[in-house]
Ligand binder design. Structure first.
Ligand code: FPP
Length: 237
């Protein structure tokens, strides 16, 4: 029997500038193994590190991952605490490696939900890496697309701007000055966007994979990017 041909990075002809990923399926991955859900988030975090590395080697300009939504705060308190603890430890521990790789970090989201200490640590990590010039890694944390647009409109009102064009809104989003995502990947089998980069993804190509996030390895990422290269983008024209 012949399996599907494995795609290598050298097969990639068209590279998206900005890849965004909804990393779904950690909980199911753990449950299927009779493990606690937080064990899935831990393996998911390890896969996040591998994915950043793969995107960096490929030469992708910007990678955004959906780590925690504003809606995720409504989950069981123990799970929320577990996710945040794991994520926080990964981000802080990962800073020296990001520095070595010349990776810039941006946290997208409403950090007012976090306690003072966590918020300060996240802001400090961003600062340390802000002059880097390689891959821009954006972590959407306590993020909600509608809330982001609402806050942009509030900022415009506060600034007294009366002539509002699309750029004025883009400039006040968490993603200000970043290219819009070209490719949005969702793992874990669901086919919805769950309030992720609503404004920015107006012309993105979507790619849905049944693979649960902890199993979405580099070859699966390359399959998604290769499929992106075969899409015909018309931007509504
Ligand atoms: C979705 O799986 C995943 C989350 C809500 C958390 C995602 C976080 C990570 C993968 C860690 C990322 C780490 C860093 C450091 C950014 P789910 O719990 O909704 O899974 P399910 O759909 O199977 O229940």
């Amino acid at each position: 029997m012949f399996g599907k041909k494995k795609i290598k990075s050298t097969d990639i002809k068209v590279l998206p500038r900005h890849v965004a990923i909804i990393m779904d399926g950690n909980g199911r991955w753990a449950t299927r193994r009779a493990m606690p859900r937080t064990a899935g988030h831990k393996v998911g975090s390890e896969n996040f590190v591998k994915t950043v590395d793969a995107c960096d080697r490929l030469g992708i300009e910007c990678l955004t991952v959906y780590a925690f939504s504003t809606e995720n705060w409504q989950r069981d308190a123990e799970e929320v605490e577990g996710i945040l603890k794991i994520m926080h430890a990964y981000i802080i521990k990962y800073v020296p490696e990001l520095m070595k790789k010349n990776i810039r970090l941006r946290i997208l989201g409403d950090l007012s939900y976090f306690d003072e200490k966590s918020r300060a640590a996240l802001i400090e990590s961003q600062h340390k890496l802000e002059n880097n010039t390689g891959l821009t890694l954006c972590i959407a944390l306590s993020y909600g697309g509608r809330n982001e647009i609402k806050q942009a409109v509030e900022a415009l009102i506060k600034e007294g701007v009366t002539e509002i064009d699309e750029q004025a809104i883009s400039d006040r989003l968490y993603t200000a000055h970043l290219p819009d995502p070209d490719l949005v990947i969702r793992t874990g089998g669901e086919k919805r966007i769950s309030n992720f980069l609503l404004w920015q993804s107006a012309y993105a190509e979507y790619y849905f994979s049944d693979t649960l996030w902890p199993d979405f390895d580099e070859s699966k990422l390359l399959e998604a990017i290769e499929e992106f290269g075969r899409r015909k983008r018309r931007f509504g024209k």
